[in-house]
Design a protein around this ligand. Structure first.
Ligand code: NAP
Length: 329
């Protein structure tokens, strides 16, 4: 344990905080040293307070930990899984006190000096950290659906400039936290609205795909849906390029990205894949891309992307950003 770096998890009792804990079990570089949650949970024993909803058993050492108040956290490295309104107040205080905060919350994603990162796509945005005038720093991971759109688009925009992207999402219920969407609203149903989500996907995607402080200039139109799936957000995207692009070029570029990075892109060629139930594992960092097809016009190509909203879309993303920060700072 001594050779690993201690990490504090803020919002440790929520679905994202729990996933951070599971992903840091046996992690080669980090271990969970402290857990924090709301005042209602503070000073209670984690294993007695948490409603543990994970595929793996709650690790015994974590179960025995006392939940801390936010202001008593000591670890230099912090992964925040706080609600956005709380993060807005708390994360700058942590940065002032010298902590490195990797945040899942939306509070600072669009702040001009905060890197909004997918490590395989835009680690050059770490340069924005120099503009933060606090001893500590805030880094953010994107909205969970944004990742599954922006990841493939980052590869496609290298083939040809993007004119416009039409996007439809189908988002799992665990994306709404716990207990999240009432069962009577979602069972056997589909809700074509998630408050604020369409704007987030649109703005965040452009920030990620552009240079640091210089968002990509393209059109993005999004419709989101909450669907009765436990985990796994699916994104259907039709990309209109400025010039002709073929399905074959897109397939080739995605395959190259699949080969280049570990756990970034997984290309599917079967007609009925990717599927949340068949293709996602509980620690899945891959963006599963399939159904790549030429549109009605020679400048348009469509694809389906699927990812684990709590892993690549949240907890795993924040851990990946912390790893990248330590490597490249
Ligand atoms: P959640 O279910 O609402 O959990 C929130 C956590 O924050 C709980 O541990 C809660 O502790 C704690 N908390 C609430 N109020 C607090 C306060 N005043 N002070 C300190 N701690 C407080 O949320 P989640 O789904 O795990 O998501 C966490 C964050 O990640 C959110 O900002 C969310 O938007 C973002 N995010 C979520 C997903 C996803 O797929 N779920 C994906 C990407 C990003 P108590 O148990 O004590 O209330």
């Amino acid at each position: 344990m001594k050779s690993k770096l201690p990490v504090a998890v803020l919002g440790a009792t929520g679905p994202v905080g729990q996933k951070v804990i599971t992903l840091l079990q046996d992690h080669p570089k980090f271990y969970v040293a402290e857990v924090a949650a709301s005042e209602a949970s503070a000073r209670q024993v984690y294993g007695e307070r948490v409603q543990w909803k994970n595929e793996i058993e709650l690790p015994r050492d974590i179960a025995k930990m006392k939940i801390k108040r936010l202001n008593s956290i000591k670890s230099h490295y912090v992964i925040s899984a706080l609600p956005a309104d709380i993060a807005k107040e708390i994360e700058p205080e942590f940065a002032k006190r010298g902590h490195i905060v990797c945040s899942n919350a939306s509070a600072f994603r669009m702040h001009k000096d905060v890197p909004l990162m997918i490590p395989e796509v835009n680690s050059d945005h770490l340069s924005l950290l120099k503009k933060q005038n606090t001893e500590g720093k805030i880094l953010c991971n994107p909205n969970c659906s944004t990742v599954f759109l922006a990841g493939p688009l980052a590869i496609l925009k290298e083939i040809e400039d993007i004119e416009h992207v039409s996007v439809v999402t189908m988002q799992a219920v665990s994306g709404a936290g716990y207990p999240g969407v009432p069962s009577l609203d979602i069972l056997g149903n589909l809700i074509p609205h998630i408050s604020g989500e369409e704007e987030k996907i649109c703005k965040e995607t452009k920030k990620i795909l552009g240079g640091p402080g210089n968002p990509l200039d393209c059109g993005i139109t999004v419709h989101v849906h909450r669907v009765p799936i436990a985990h796994g957000h699916t994104v259907a995207a039709h990309v209109q390029f400025k010039n002709k692009v073929s399905q074959t070029q897109v397939m080739k570029a995605l395959k190259q990205a699949e080969a280049k990075y570990k756990d970034f892109i997984k290309v599917h060629t079967a007609d009925d894949r990717p599927q949340p139930l068949r293709d996602l594992n509980p620690a899945d960092m891959r963006i599963h891309v399939g159904r790549i097809k030429q549109g009605d016009r020679s400048d348009t190509v469509g694809f389906i992307a699927l990812g684990h909203n709590l892993v690549r879309g949240a907890a795993g993303a924040a851990i990946g950003i912390l790893e990248t920060y330590l490597k490249k700072r």
